[in-house]
Design a protein around this ligand. Structure first.
Ligand SMILES: [Cu+2]
Length: 165
C-alpha cells in the first residue's frame, strides 16, 4: 500500500504539515523498491559508457534496491570498505538482476566488477549517513572511478544540504 504525500498532508492537517521538515515530506514511510539500471551507455549522454542509472540514490532503511541487467556484461558489488559497518553486502552475478534490502543506515559505494576502473560506480545514501559518508568520500579511487565519484559526491553533498536547509 502506498501513501502519497497528499494523503499525509490531508491526514495531518495544514497546521501540523507546516511544522514538518522537508526530509519528513520527501518520501513515503512505506518501503520502496528503487531500480538502478546497468547500462552500456548513459541514456542522456552517449559519451558516458558503462554506467549505473541513476548512479546516486537517496533511500531509507527498509527500502529495496533492484539492480536491473538492462544491458549484459555488468554486475553490482558492494564490499565491506564501501558500506556502513554491519550492513548486508552484495555481489551480483554478471548479466543478472540483483536485489538488496537496505538494513543499515549509511553511505554505500558500489561498483561493477568488470568496469570499476572504467568508472562504473554508484552511491546509495540510506537514512542517516553521518556515520560513514566522510569515510566513503575519503576512500581511494583511481582514474575514471575517481572522476565519476567526484561528480557523484558533489551531487550527494548538494542533496543532503537541501534536506537540512
Ligand atoms: Cu559494468
Amino acid at each position: 500500500m502506498q501513501h502519497t504525500r497528499r494523503d499525509h498532508l490531508v491526514f495531518l492537517g495544514a497546521a501540523a504539515a507546516a511544522t514538518l521538515t522537508p526530509a519528513a515530506l520527501s518520501a513515503s514511510d512505506d518501503p520502496q523498491v528503487i531500480e538502478i539500471q546497468m547500462l552500456n551507455k548513459h541514456p542522456e549522454n552517449s559519451k558516458e559508457r558503462q554506467v549505473f542509472y541513476p548512479d546516486l540514490v537517496r533511500a531509507k532503511v527498509g527500502d529495496t534496491i533492484r539492480f536491473v541487467a538492462t544491458d549484459k556484461g555488468h554486475n553490482s558489488t558492494c564490499a565491506a570498505k564501501g558500506a556502513p559497518e554491519g550492513a548486508t553486502l552484495w555481489k551480483g552475478k554478471i548479466s543478472k538482476d540483483v536485489e538488496v534490502v537496505l538494513d543499515t543506515p549509511g553511505a554505500y559505494a558500489f561498483f561493477c566488477t568488470p568496469h570499476r576502473t572504467a568508472g562504473m560506480v554508484g552511491l546509495l545514501l540510506v537514512g542517516d549517513v553521518s556515520d560513514n559518508f566522510e569515510d566513503i568520500k575519503g576512500g581511494r579511487y583511481r582514474g575514471k572511478e575517481k572522476k565519476r565519484y567526484e561528480d557523484i559526491f558533489a551531487r550527494a553533498d548538494a542533496m543532503l544540504a537541501e534536506e537540512t536547509s
